[in-house]
Design a protein around this ligand. Structure first.
Ligand code: COA
Length: 264
């Protein structure tokens, strides 16, 4: 499972949590085509855990950056013209994360810039240490964020915030990113690992088919109109009513115990 060049993979059988570590610490995990492809391949391999499972084995993925300094410092500037996040081959991982059925948590400890921030924005949750910083430095190179950064931040925090970030290229501290709604949670550094672990564990214990449906519903809400979104939710609700997970949830409620969901 662990032979990819630029990512490290881990999977915990008990919790169903996969961890994918972007592993180019010498360049602050800058995104080149190889890293982008390895993120996709790593997620595919984690998803293979579902193939022989009776239900949903992969409940959540934590995406993090290796080293002490960065989640990801954006596109690899050295290889920009050919094989970087600016090139088409490197774009694939953003959409793959958006389409990925299990929720993906961006665990951000350090620089989260450019394509790194866009990678985090493609994830379902962004959890940051207090020491982290966020920004779109592309404008300093005469570029704009090429993988939807302005689009995503506009939807999360409004156009004025998106334009300020992308036009000035300044770094924003984690606390401010949290206030703006770009980041879900900000934790002190000494609590960060434990807090992220308990966030992921709680998420992994939720009914997995419902979680997948909610992920898709939020995406439909962003990408389409209200009518289509309501139709999706109604259909998904009916589908979930016929799952074993719903039976288990209802039984656990009446028996006053915690449910154990299998994703069936
Ligand atoms: N692409 C390629 N290499 C990068 C990189 C990137 N986006 N970001 C950092 N690196 C490399 C540096 O070149 C340096 O390599 P070296 O040790 O061989 O010189 C190493 O990572 C460490 O970075 P350094 O600049 O020494 O760390 P710092 O703490 O002084 O500064 C940043 C950190 C993130 C502020 C700074 O590296 C930076 O501005 N990076 C570019 C960010 C960017 O513009 N990203 C968007 C590109 S579109």
């Amino acid at each position: 499972m662990d032979d990819l060049e630029t990512v490290l993979l881990d999977y915990d059988d008990d919790s169903g949590i996969g961890t994918l570590t972007m592993n180019r610490p010498d360049s602050l995990n800058a995104l080149n085509g190889q890293l982008s492809r390895d993120i996709v391949e790593g997620l595919r391999r984690l998803e293979e855990r579902n193939e022989d499972a009776d239900g949903v084995a992969l409940r959540a993925v934590v995406l993090e950056g290796a080293g002490e300094k960065a989640f990801c410092a954006g596109a690899d500037i050295g290889g920009f013209s050919s094989d970087s996040a600016g090139g088409s081959s490197a774009r694939s991982h953003y959409q793959f994360i958006v389409d990925f059925p299990a929720p993906v948590i961006a665990k951000i400890d350090g620089y989260c810039l450019g394509g790194g921030l866009e990678t985090a924005l493609a994830c379902d949750f962004r959890l940051a240490s207090e020491e982290s910083t966020f920004g779109f430095p592309e404008v300093n190179l005469g570029l704009l964020p090429g993988a939807g950064g302005v689009q995503y931040v506009t939807k999360l925090a409004g156009p004025a915030v998106a334009k300020e970030l992308a036009m000035f290229g300044d770094h924003v501290p984690a606390e401010r990113a949290g206030e703006l709604g770009i980041v879900n949670r900000v934790y002190p550094g000494d609590e960060f690992d434990d807090e992220v672990a308990s966030f992921a564990e709680k998420l992994a214990g939720q009914a997995p088919l419902a979680v997948q449906g909610i992920k898709k519903s939020a995406r439909v809400a962003v990408e389409t109109g209200l009518e289509e979104g309501l139709r999706y939710d109604r259909e998904q609700f009916s589908t979930l009513l016929n799952t074993e997970d719903f039976e288990e949830g209802a039984a656990a409620f009446s028996e006053k115990r915690d449910p154990e969901f299998e994703g069936r």
